[in-house]
Design a protein around this ligand. Structure first.
Ligand SMILES: [Zn+2]
Length: 307
């Protein structure tokens, strides 16, 4: 964990603040607990009508309503997505399982680095589970590295690229978000998310001394941002579309305006809203401001409960 004093020296505290109230004044507002209860009920009501131990395989494709200018002949310009998982009726709800095959890129990366990226991706699962526990949904993803030659393309192929960038459901940028942003409730601008900001500040700070350990020093910050990003992207793997307003998707069917809690599918730069403790300075992560809503849980469990 990066020591708060080091973080402060790097100027991170000044950028990201140290008190959730100061950075996110709006978060003093109470979260409506009824949403979480309703989401849990969506699952348990469904489960009550399904025989214990029953397994349902879900293979569903859909097109997201985000029409872009088609760049390939024969393509309609819509992005298609696939949900591929199985649901087992268990306990009060369901266990969702799937194999996620990780293709670490670039291919030339040392094996140890690829294995580290795989391990850190798998290590996000307990964070994600904190959310789905609320809704009686166990998520059991098996993660493995892609073999050099796969007999067939695995349905849940995930590329994890060792660069900063804007992730989407099938390609995670391991080094965090690199989109310039203004922090919520302030005029402070950064070149990217917490991980990119940390590394840049660290490199600037140590430039004179030539220290090269900035990636290591910023690793806890990178990992936290990564797991928060992954929660949203896992929503896509379960069949949920984006719900935030995207100017490049003028034909989007539904845009969430919900707050307290926010929809997990409507928080594009996810970690910013839900991670008051960016610096690991002793506050626990308050995951209470982001939820999956009943409509999301109904979509995830629909194949066993619909109609
Ligand atoms: Zn998304």
């Amino acid at each position: 964990m990066i020591a708060p004093v080091v973080a402060a020296a790097l100027g991170l505290a000044a950028t990201w603040g140290s008190s959730p109230g100061a950075r996110y004044p709006a978060q003093t507002q109470a979260v409506d607990p009824a949403i979480r209860e309703a989401s849990r009920r969506a699952v348990t009501d469904c489960a009550a009508g399904v025989e214990d131990g029953k397994v349902g395989a879900i293979n569903r494709s859909w097109k997201s309503l985000c029409q872009r200018t088609p760049t390939v002949p024969g393509w309609d310009g819509y992005r298609s997505e696939k949900a591929h998982y199985s649901l087992t009726r268990k306990g009060e709800g369901f266990t969702l399982s799937s194999e996620i095959v990780v293709d670490a890129q670039p291919a030339s990366l040392p094996k140890a680095r690829k294995e580290f990226m795989l391990a850190q991706t798998a290590a996000c699962l307990p964070v994600i589970q904190q959310y789905f526990d609320r809704y009686a949904l166990r998520v059991e993803y098996g993660f493995r590295l892609k073999k050099p030659v796969e007999p067939a393309t695995p349905p849940n192929l995930l590329t994890v690229t060792d660069k900063a960038g804007r992730s989407h459901s099938r390609n995670y940028f391991f080094r965090g978000l690199d989109v310039p942003m203004t922090l919520p409730g302030s005029t402070i601008k950064t070149d990217g998310g917490p991980a990119v900001t940390c590394v840049k500040r660290c490199q600037a700070f140590f430039a004179a001394g030539g220290a090269s350990g900035c990636q290591d020093m910023c690793e806890p910050i990178r990992q936290r941002e990564y797991c928060q990003m992954m929660l949203h992207e896992v929503g896509h793997l379960m069949g949920l579309p984006d719900e935030y307003a995207d100017p490049s998707c003028p034909d989007q069917e539904f845009i969430s305006s919900e707050t307290y809690p926010w929809s997990a599918m409507a928080v594009p730069f996810f970690g910013l809203l839900d991670t008051p403790d960016i610096l690991g300075s002793g506050h626990s992560i308050d995951t209470g401001y982001v939820e999956f809503f009943p409509r999301h849980l109904e979509t995830i469990t629909l194949p066993l409960c619909g109609e």
